[in-house]
Each structure stands twice: as C-alpha cells, then as structure tokens.
Design a protein around this ligand. Sequence first.
Ligand code: KG4
Ligand code: ZN
Length: 338
Amino acid sequence: KKDIRILAFESSCDETSTSVVKNGREIESLIVATQIKSHQRFGGVVPEVASRHHIEVITQITNEALKEANVTWKDIDAIAVTYGPGLVGALLIGVSAAKAASMATGIPLIGVDHIMGHIMAAQLKEEIAYPALALQVSGGHTEIVLLKDPTHLEIVGDTRDDAAGEAYDKIGRVLGVNYPAGKTIDEWAHQGQDTFEFPRAMIKEDDYDFSFSGLKSAFINTCHHAEQIHQDLNKYDLAASFQAAVIDVLATKTIRAIKQYSPKTFIMGGGVAANHGLRDRMNSEIADLPRNIQPKVILPELKLCGDNAAMIGAAAYNLYQEGKFTDLTLDADPSLEL
Ligand code: KG4
Ligand code: ZN
C-alpha cells in the first residue's frame, strides 16, 4: 500500500505552523513559529498583529517543512489547512497559502476543523478505537466531544462563557504572570495547597456544560479584597485552589460523560490538556472505573497539545481516506461548527 503524505497548515491563532505527516500517524516534519512574545505586552492575542506575523513566515516555513521531511511537492498527496474556528484574518493566511499551493501544484486540498485537529493529536501517539470521547480544552474552547468514527464529531458539552485556558490566562494576569499563563499556574499549583474555597460551577447539573466566569470572578474578588486590607496572599495556594476548582469540574463532568457514552477511547486535546494536574486526575479517575467501562486513555505528547500543523495533518488523513476534499472556493470560517 502506498504511503500518503500530507502537507498541513495551521494559522488559526498565534502560532504559524506547517508539517508533513505520513499516513496520519507519523510526523516527518513540524515547524511551529510562535508569536507569543509579540502579544505578551498586550496581555492577549491581538488579531491584526497575528495576521501580520503569519504572513511574514508562512512561505518560509512551508519550504522548511518540506526540507525537514526531505520531500518535494511531488511527494505530497494532499494539502491540508485549518479553515476554522479561529481569528478570521489569521485563518485567511493559512487558507490562502494552502489554496495557492494547491492551485500551483494541482495537489488536492483538504479543509480541517481546528477542534478535530486538536483531538487527532492523539492519533499521532496511538491508534484510536471508536467510539471515542474527547475533552477538548484550550484557550478558546472547552468541550466534551463524541466521535463515532474518525471524521464525525458531536459536541455533547460546551462552556457557557469562558474557556478553561482563558480562565487560566485571566487569573494569571491578576497574579502578574505573562500571557499565556496556564503553564506557570500549573507549576505554582504543584507548590501550593488548595486552601481557598473557590466555586465549582455546574458540577452537579446533569448536562455536560461548563462555566468558568464565576470562578474567575471569585478569584479576582479574593485578590482585590486582600489588597484592600493589605493582606498578602500566597500565590502558590491561590494557584493550587484555582486549579483544583477547574480540574474538579472538568474531571467530574468528563467521567460522567464516559459512564453515559461508554467510549472505547478517551482523548484529551488542546493547550490545557498539557496540564499535569488534569492529566494525572483523568488517568487516576479512569483507572478507578469498573473494568468493563474503562476506555483506553490517549493523552497527546505535551508539545502537540498546543496549536500545531501536525494534528491538522493527522485529521486530514482521515478525511483523505473518505475522499473528503475541498475545492478552491474554500473560505475561512471563524465560527465553524461541525
Ligand atoms: O490550544 P492552544 O495552544 O490554543 C488555542 O487553541 O486556544 O491553547 C492555549 C491555552 C492558553 O490559554 C494557555 O494558558 C493554556 O492553553 N495552557 C495551559 C497549560 N499550558 C497551556 N493551561 C493549563 N495548564 C497548562 N499546563
Ligand atoms: Zn487550538
């Protein structure tokens, strides 16, 4: 059987990335050009700045991805690109580059949903058995997703307000941590104790939705109140208490969804899937489930949790297998929902 090589583009937010992925499983090259430094002084991603950075590097990193994989255009079977959801101006750079490459070379084009990409980072580690259930947690999304096969996803739970990563970034700002704050808060949490009583919104409700804005407000109020009475709070304990609240809700609802849907595989994806506390908690809660409903757990490599083009190449391979190509009318869709 012939190997299928996909060149993938990802530019939905603040990383420009290209990758060559073989057979949806093997990364032959992966380039990630991060813009984090440029956004840090604004405390978050500035869409216009993001688009400019993408356009500056995309041609160069396309060539680098081919070179690093030791291939040329004629070895590429399909060109894949994230077309949503994300920042429209940012998405457009990747979509335009992919369309231009497809038009110039005649190589077929595949449009990939960013959420599906995050989930398929797991496929780069291990083969996924279906049905699969995914906890997709990033700066923009917090969702429980059910997959009956490799190309169809159904969102069974979603956040009503802030995404989990967004909450990390917002409370990080209060603690003076640079954007994106998740990794540092995770490290601090391991050095502190869960001593503050923060709310666990919607934990008891029998749906699979989340809400993190109340937790964020409670955290900010606690800090402001302490400031007013000139009391110093322990930042490690604050981080530990915040993280315990986030993980409690994510884990409780995800375990409930696993009991409801009995998936064969449990997957985590997105930037927050790199959280050590969350990974440990999910591993141990799943290990405690009765054997007959215990899914196989696939947690992607840490560096593949954040935005990258390899996960887009993995998801595109599944679409390739089903002949799901797109034509040159492909457009960026900032609020794409599958
Ligand atoms: O998936 P991603 O790179 O971009 C989006 O699609 O949003 O996720 C970035 C988010 C940021 O909010 C960042 O603070 C968070 O992931 N993050 C973490 C950790 N590492 C990154 N949150 C919690 N713990 C971490 N270790
Ligand atoms: Zn993402």
